[in-house]
Design a protein around this ligand. Structure first.
Ligand SMILES: Cc1cc2nc3c(=O)[nH]c(=O)nc-3n(C[C@H](O)[C@H](O)[C@H](O)COP(=O)(O)O)c2cc1C
Length: 207
């Protein structure tokens, strides 16, 4: 029995070592050695989608990541509404277009970039850190989505149209006192955009 146990332990040890070697080889061939960093560095804004809404089960995980973002005093000063039904989205766009008669209705529709799942985020303007809370929530949503193969684009332009439309805000069911601050379009990517350049000169150590 003792010999049998020793053989089993030996086999397990060999499997663990070979597994570790495989992982190290994989890491060595990847540009980034850390999966979290790779996820951050490869994320791109996506503006072309397959048209299929994000699976509800996947969205639940993404939204849970969102609300686990750091936030001031854990006030969770956000409200999040998800629209993944094309008919509801059409209704909301119609309300927004009606409330912004000087804007071409095509532009109102276009500002959503054709994303099949739309996330509307409202902040609590009575709390000065609420925009930051909503930004951190948004980033968690976009990065967790990216790690699960879901593309996204942060959208500021629909908010201007939305905030002129109490009807659309009511349809989204935001609580009294909450004001839309940002939208996130999500879906399965139908494009692979290049990275946009960043200016490292904006960041420096103070000696
Ligand atoms: C606050 C905010 C508002 C944005 N609004 C829009 C928008 O209205 N329409 C759009 O196509 N992209 C919008 N974007 C996406 C940016 O254009 C994009 O993040 C930027 O060009 C960098 O590209 P990258 O996300 O691929 O790195 C917005 C991003 C942020 C953070």
């Amino acid at each position: 029995m003792k010999t049998f146990n020793l053989i089993i332990a030996g086999v397990c040890l060999m499997a663990a070592v070979s597994c570790n070697q495989a992982r190290n080889t994989e890491q060595a061939t990847s540009e980034y050695e850390n999966a979290v960093i790779e996820n951050m560095m490869t994320r791109r804004s996506i503006r072309q989608y397959t048209g299929v809404p994000v699976k509800r089960e996947t969205m639940q995980t993404i939204l849970e990541c969102g609300i686990n973002a750091p936030n001031g005093m854990n006030k969770q000063s956000w409200e999040v509404r998800v629209v993944d039904d094309a008919e509801v989205m059409k209704e909301i766009i119609g309300m927004m277009a009606a409330a912004n008669p000087s804007v071409d209705p095509g532009a109102v529709k276009g500002c959503f970039r054709g994303a099949p799942t739309m996330i509307f985020i409202a902040n609590d303007p009575s709390y000065d850190c609420s925009p930051i809370d909503c930004g951190l929530l948004s980033e968690n949503i976009m990065l967790s989505g990216w790690s699960l193969g879901v593309g996204s684009v942060c959208l500021g332009s629909p908010v201007r149209f939305l905030n002129n439309s109490p009807e659309a805000i009511a349809r989204l069911g935001f609580s009294e006192g909450y004001t839309p601050i940002i939208c996130i379009g999500m879906g399965y990517p139908a494009e692979t955009p290049d990275a946009k350049p960043r200016d490292p000169g904006k960041v420096r150590f103070v000696e």
